[in-house]
Design a protein around this ligand. Sequence first.
Ligand code: GLA
Ligand code: ZN
Length: 729
Amino acid sequence: MPVRRRRFMQTGLGAASWLALPGALVARAAAGATPASSTADRYPPLVPGYAHLLHGGDWNPDQWLHEPQVIADDLRLMREAGCNAFSVGIFAWSQLEPQEGRYTFEWLDGVMDGLAKNGLRAFLATPSGAKPRWMSERYPEVRRIDGTGRRLPHGDRHNHCFTSPVYREKTRAIDSRLAERYGKHPALAGWHISNEFNGSCYCELCLGAFRGWLRARHGTLERLNQAYWTAFWSQAFQDWDQIDPRESPLDGLMLDWDRFVTHQTVDFMKNEAAPLKAATPHLLVTTNMMGTFTGLDSRRFTDVCDRMAWDSYPHLHGTESWKQVPGLSFVHDLYRSMKGGLPFILMESTPSQTNWFHTPSLKRPGQHRQEMLLAIGHGADSAMYFQWRKGQGGFEKFHGAVIDHEGSTNSRVFKDVASLGAELGKLDAVVGTTVRPEVALVHDWEIRWALHRAQGPRQGRGDWFNWFDKEYLTTCVDHYRPFWKRGVPVDVIESTQPFDRYRLVVAPMVFLLQPGVADRMRAFVTGGGTLVLTYLSGVQDQAGLVLRGGWPGGGLRELTGVWVEEIDSLYPNPAQRIVMKAGNALGLAGDHPVREYCELVHAEKATVLASYANDFYAGRPCLTVNTVGSGRVYYLAARPAEEAFHDAFAQALVRDLGIARNLDAALPEGVTVQKREGGGRTFLFVHNLKAVEQALDLPRGRFADVLAGKDVPGRLALPAYGTFVLERL
Ligand code: GLA
Ligand code: ZN
């Protein structure tokens, strides 16, 4: 089965604006490196010297070589659609090298020339996402071995071994030729390495590499045995060669396997990136990641990707679709935050239907435009699609595309795309601007893996996604949503990223505590920061060993001023509630239902803000605050069952800390606002995500509707699925 996971005007501002950045910063940012600080005024565009939002997507002319007219039509239609950038040749290896060592680049020469002649840009792909048949036959080692020990047949994509020297050599060879041939081509905008890396291989080469990686990580077998607690069930290793991640009840080993799979994939990508970077150091290399896909820690790709890029396929259907949007926004914020605010690339999205959905509903009028402008509002400098044109055959022939099988520009989808293209052309000034939050939400892949691999503290909910990480991601979104609802911008960072640029850091379920994190949390709070921690924090170390001496462990007991003695796991619909204490410092009142987790807490130093209502632990603390230095640490010991608690808590924190909102206005339900700043300008992306008209009263001041080119009245009428891009004047 192929991988179908998942599972989300101002013109006239020229180059001068980003050239105004300090010289060193420009140099670093131009090469795509993480900027040194969030003070960068405006980042360079994705394509050097091309200050436009990119609009386009995956184009597969390699499927149409038998019909050159289609390719010629495409080039014309791309301009009509207001598109300017395409990912080309992603799965074209057998068209580029039909026999070993025989390269047939001529058709690609024509495609690249055609793009250039039409003023269009190419993210030229390396074709390693799908290997040619001759390679699978001649070099079986390139074919992945699955968890049962079976070598996979050729068919399908994304099924190669990441370690195989042959595969690495073959990809290096074709990538080097692509770099050599097209490095100076005027159409070349950057490199799209492979496609949606995923999966793992259990061949001897991979297992050997894993063992080598383990040696480097643990040093000696003795230390490894200790870290994995192998005395358990008589699992001790006497030889490195005995280690096989498929047969172990040791969660520490599984965690290391998760890390190794990411490491090996990044290493594979580095092998691909090297010849491209050598030929074109000024152009970006990236790969399209799968959002919050659990199998790879996307953040580990930040060193090899000049810009982060992700593929977004949200399920936005029905009148309640807006309720899915916070989860989507969360992922956009995650990808922007990975490189400290550097605009990211929305590399794929569907212009209409997604064929692998169970129910591929159509996007309602306005929804597509809105989805793209939402991504841009969060910091994307592109709106790209899968796919430009529907293929006539193959697995994705029914997947949405800008050009339908019918072939003309008369379709609703084409018109939507073209009208968006015209609008994006008015947003040049947004390019390189960014989002500057005062709030950060911590989300670590390490925590997801640790929760997945641990047997307990309870199981996840039924559906695959929540079962996998025991609702860690859902919990992160639960803590993110109340800020989103209020138009408070949030960075989604990992626990090892700096905290000092924020005023409020919310870190739910820090189940696995990485080295140094507790100390950095303490320094952040001592210096005046506000930190929110929750149940299931400081439970185990990086190896997977439980932190002893009372939870939250690893230094967090001191910091929070609480000791978690036991964790009660609740059956559905518990009677338990969080009761706010009269006169608490946050000014919160009332009570709230909980679900699943209630920790039995001793407030050792902390002040109690709320306590439990029922059961034998009625009256025990469940929300506390501890003052440390000039900052505060909140500890939430139970999982709230409803949004109301999160809303009230976040609102109190925002008010208490005076945290700025994107727009000082009462936002109706289903209305969200993002803000991008830079070059001395401020852009607001205002969305009515509901299928009914709403109105928004703007605060005092002057606002221009950038797309319509006129000032807006104080009361903004928001049509169903309506989005405005406003500039604060
Ligand atoms: C992924 C892949 C594309 C295509 C789309 C379909 O994002 O990268 O090649 O298969 O899914 O939605
Ligand atoms: Zn392998």
